[in-house]
Design a binder for this molecule. Sequence first.
Ligand code: M6R
Length: 608
Amino acid sequence: MCGIVGYAGPRRASPILLEGLKRLEYRGYDSAGIAIGRGDGSLSSVRTVGKIQALKDAVPKDLGGTWGIGHTRWATHGGVTQANTHPHFDGSGKIAVVHNGIIENYRALREMLAKEGVVFTSETDTEVIPNLVARYYKGDLEAAVKAALVHLEGTYGIAVIHADEPGRIVGARNGSPLVVGVGEGETLLGSDVMAFISSTSRVVYLNDGEIVSLDPSGFRITDRSDSRVDRAADAVTWELGAIEKGEYPCFMEKEIFEQPDSIGRALGGRLDQDNATAKLGGLNLDRRYQRAVSRVNIIAAGTSWHASLVGAQLLESVARIPASADVASEVRYRNPVVERDSLWFAVSQSGETADTLYAMREIQRKGANVLGICNVVGSTIARESDGGVYVHSGPEIAVASTKAFTSQLAAFYLFTLHMARMRDMSRAEGERFLAGLAAVPDMIKTVLGRRDAIQAVAKKYSRRRDFLFLGRGLLYPIALEGALKLKEISYIHAEGYPAGEIKHGPIALVCPEVPTVFLVSDDGLREKVISNIREVKARGGPAIAVGVEGDKELEGIVDDFIPVPKMDSRFYPFTMVVPLQLFAYFCALDLGRDVDQPRNLAKSVTVE
Ligand code: M6R
């Protein structure tokens, strides 16, 4: 949430900062700004409301200065106005700060500083920071930032510059990510590696409580006790092409169509045909411990929670291990019981979601092992978890998560197979499960081939204001996911429900104006869902079904039918979610929405 970029080097800073902000735009896009050192004891600054393009248009093409900071905002404290846009400055205008996170005690700090004569120009919590730094500044920016940080309660990732310290940027992290980019004769800073991916792929991740002071020749990290931290640079393996739209009109469409490949990467090297099981190298748990696990608890948010709900059902039904998946923001404050021999998972595409991260830390504090299922390598959850599985989807840029979801599913299917084979699953059954999993990428290709038919269905319904999405068993979380996708990018109200539950209330919504999307498997629950469809049809509700190819009865009773290829029913979550992603996408497109950057949202939610 919110993006930070910083540059110190020999090149002109403004184009580099603007490019970094463009790549970070998915983290927040309501306003943006930059501050650049001029080298004459003053700073230049431009701040605009709206997307990065507005900032690009406003920045003079010849703006000089070789070090600076930039920020793209997702508003927390104070409305979307130019005055609230970062960077924020001290009274003298010499110190500039960009900040991600929330300073919880900012009101008390504002009062204290106001009594000392500081005049505030914004409604933000951030503005206390440059003024605190100014309070302590005696010619050493790093020392002044350290003194200022002592006052701050809450979360922050900050970058600070002073007009009188050419080439220097001081960054600090507590709860909001910061990464140093190590270039040739230049050093960069970002809230994630996207900020500087086209300049360098050598990165150093900061941990909470650490401060970095950087200049073109390098960087120095210190911790809370002021001890020097030596940390080698990691290499980022993402290719530039992976973060560009290529032939697609937007990232969401590109990411939906990448799924056969991204799932292939998640499964790559992990299908152990010789032993009819899955190989997961990063679990970091000895086999005896794994065998003794008596319960699995999963925490996550949004789409990752939906993948976790599928994972929990699978673990119970296939590996016969009691399992549940919970919303991380609830778990953290519930004082959860952490049973002996229970294993926990924190699932997060970004690996930075504050709710999931803080819940994970709380559970670790109680002594449990928490494994991560993450996409972003080097992210905080990936680094702080006790082991886990990278899903290798490649960068996911559209705010609506699609390919990360199916790769998270892949991780759960692999883990389930691994645990099941350590328990009661036979070799023959393991082989069947492996074959089903290996077939998923091709099955998804077939579904993607039905793009035009799905677009036609979306066109027919895109002007409806309310939708119901219903499924049972493994397809109930897919109904939740279909409803979430539709609401977040098209702004159409949609509710996901277990199909059997509609008679307990939601059926009151059924009428000719409210379509219901049914997910219909060919397992033992099919008949039950068909009955639900008849109940909806009897009340005049339009019914759309995503069902199994060749199901003529189903096709005959619904208004619109989207078939997926027949397969082992345990794998339908993969194929049935894809038509729902496309349906949401085409509805949003038809309504003229900004698909990649829907209103009010941001990709990585790093505040509570
Ligand atoms: O990065 P995470 O997987 O932790 O993100 C969790 C949610 O914020 C995320 O899935 C959100 O719901 C997406 N916008 C859904 O498309």
